[in-house]
Design a protein. Structure first.
Length: 228
C-alpha cells in the first residue's frame, strides 16, 4: 500500500491510499460510475478491451475519486506532498500538478488496462516526483532486466530496445486519448495538467530515446571498455 498525503495552505489534508496489487472486479463494472468513465466515452484509439466485457474503463474508474476531489483545484497551488511506502517516506513542497502527476501515474500503472499495466514493475518500485532522467533510467533498466529473464528462458532478448519504443508509441497514443476524458471531468486545470505532463514524459521517451541515452554515457564513461 502506498499513501499520498496532500497538505494545502488552508490546513486541509487530502489522503489517498493506493493498493498496487488490486484487481478490477466484475462487480465494480456493474456499479454506476461517472459518465466520463464509460469505456465508449472518448475511448482510447488503441484500447484492446472488449466492450462486451467492460462497460467502464478500468483506469478511469480507479481515478474517479481522485479526479473528482481535485476537479476544482488550480495546478499552480502550492502543497506539501508526503508519500509513504512500506520501505520509506518522501516529502516535497511543490505545485499541485507535480504531486498529482505522481499519484495519477501510480494509479494508472497499477490499473487493469492491458497497456498501462506493463508499467507495473516500475510502480512496484515507485519513485515519487520522478524527473525525465529518473524515468528514462528506471524504464530502460526495468526493460533490460525483463530481457534478461527472456534470455534465461531460452527466448530472444531485445537489447536494441525495439519493444520499448513500440510500447511508448502505444503509451503516447493512449495518453493523448485519455486526456480528453480528464478535460471533460475537471472544472479547473490541476487534473488536466497532471495528465498532460504524464503524456509529455512518455512522448519524450518515445521520440528521443537514443539521444537521451547518449546523455547517460558520461555516467558510465569510467567503466566502459577502452577501444583497442
Amino acid at each position: 500500500m502506498i499513501e499520498y498525503i496532500f497538505q494545502l495552505d488552508s490546513g486541509k489534508t487530502l489522503n489517498f491510499r493506493v493498493n498496487i496489487n488490486r484487481e478490477y472486479s466484475a462487480k465494480a463494472d456493474r456499479e454506476n460510475h461517472s459518465f466520463w468513465t464509460r469505456l465508449d466515452y472518448h475511448r482510447c484509439s488503441n484500447c484492446p478491451l472488449s466492450p462486451e466485457k467492460y462497460k467502464y474503463c478500468p483506469t478511469a474508474v480507479d481515478l474517479q475519486e481522485i479526479i473528482d476531489v481535485f476537479s476544482p483545484f488550480l495546478s499552480h497551488l502550492q502543497v506539501l506532498v508526503t508519500v509513504k511506502t512500506p520501505e520509506r517516506q518522501y516529502s516535497k513542497t511543490c505545485d499541485l500538478q507535480t504531486g498529482l502527476q505522481s499519484l495519477l501515474g501510480l494509479v494508472m500503472a497499477t490499473s487493469a488496462c492491458p497497456i498501462l499495466s506493463k508499467l507495473w514493475p516500475l510502480a512496484n518500485f515507485h519513485l515519487p516526483f520522478a524527473t525525465t532522467e529518473d524515468t528514462l533510467f528506471r524504464t530502460v533498466g526495468a526493460y533490460l532486466i525483463y530481457q534478461y529473464f527472456i534470455l534465461a528462458e531460452g527466448g530472444k532478448a531485445d537489447f536494441e530496445l525495439m519493444g520499448l519504443r513500440t510500447f511508448y508509441n502505444s503509451l503516447e497514443e493512449l495518453n493523448a486519448c485519455f486526456t480528453d476524458r480528464i478535460r471533460i471531468a475537471s472544472r479547473s486545470d490541476a487534473n488536466l495538467n497532471a495528465v498532460v505532463q504524464l503524456g509529455a514524459l512518455s512522448f519524450m521517451v518515445y521520440v528521443s530515446l537514443e539521444e537521451q541515452l547518449r546523455e547517460f554515457r558520461r555516467t558510465f564513461q569510467k567503466n566502459l571498455p577502452k577501444p583497442v
